[in-house]
Design a protein around this ligand. Structure first.
Ligand code: PGA
Length: 250
């Protein structure tokens, strides 16, 4: 059985003083895995403050070491005990022009250092309106499979995040999430990946009051939480919603 994972994505938010407050207010929630993906400069602070909650980053370099100004390697973040690295977030795809093959190589670099990549996929509103949701996510997954191989992809976490739901307060509906997660898992199985092992998170305007119905879906193994992960009570309530659902399926 897959254990639910709730991962916070702080994005480019925080400061030493406000982080201290937020980190101190977080506590592990029994029965589920919890992670927070912080900006790089706060890795040391977060790794010291967190107990029973995994540490993650929001991106990682595809390169190992050398003349890549501004890049941060998987080996570096692993030294801070980092367990997860988000790769291919839609903000990085859109604003920093990351392409599919590069995202695959980032995931590969993370795995090579024992860091689990959280590979983000998801359609824009125009793509949804054109009825292209499944082809889009399949197009995003294919190059990642090509780079990681079946075994590698089975070790990754996927996060389905419709671009139009991110930071908008407008989550995808339960029916939309169920359909797309089902299609993603079917795609994995059809491509020889151990689909039952792969965690598929949903992300996009997850809040305490919609988390439970989303996490209760068969193919939803938790959430990637942006805005709500910056508010301790809200984030913990989302983690508890995951725990309630998890305890019902045990
Ligand atoms: P949101 O962001 O929860 O603020 O919509 C999710 C994400 O971008 O990972």
């Amino acid at each position: 059985m897959r254990k639910k994972l709730v991962a916070g994505n702080w994005k480019m938010n925080g400061g030493l003083a406000s982080n201290r407050e937020l980190l101190c207010a977080l506590a592990p929630v029994a029965g589920v895995d919890v992670a927070v993906c912080v900006p790089y400069p706060y890795l040391a602070q977060a790794s010291e403050a967190l107990d029973g909650i995994a540490l993650g980053v929001q991106d990682v370099s595809e390169f190992t070491a050398g003349p890549y100004t501004g890049e941060v390697s998987a080996a570096m973040v692993a030294e801070f005990g980092c367990g997860y690295a988000i790769v291919g977030h839609s903000e990085r795809r859109a604003l920093f022009r990351e392409d599919e093959a590069q995202i695959g190589r980032k995931a590969e670099a993370a795995l090579a250092h024992g860091v689990v990549p959280i590979v983000c996929i998801g359609e824009t509103l125009a793509e949804r309106e054109a009825g292209e949701v499944v082809p889009v996510v399949e197009r995003q997954l294919a190059p990642v499979l090509e780079v990681l191989g079946r075994e590698g992809l089975a070790k990754a976490v996927l996060a389905y995040e419709p671009v139009w739901a991110i930071g908008t307060g407008r989550s995808a509906t339960v029916a939309q999430v169920a359909e797309t997660h089902g299609a993603i898992r079917a795609w994995l199985a059809n491509h020889g990946v151990a689909a039952e092992r792969v965690k598929i998170l949903y992300g996009g305007s997850v809040k305490a009051d919609n988390a439970r119905e989303l996490f209760a879906l068969d193919d939803v193994d938790g959430g990637l939480i942006g805005g709500a992960s910056l508010v301790a009570d809200e984030f913990l309530a989302i983690c508890r919603a995951a725990a309630v659902v998890q305890s019902c399926i045990q």
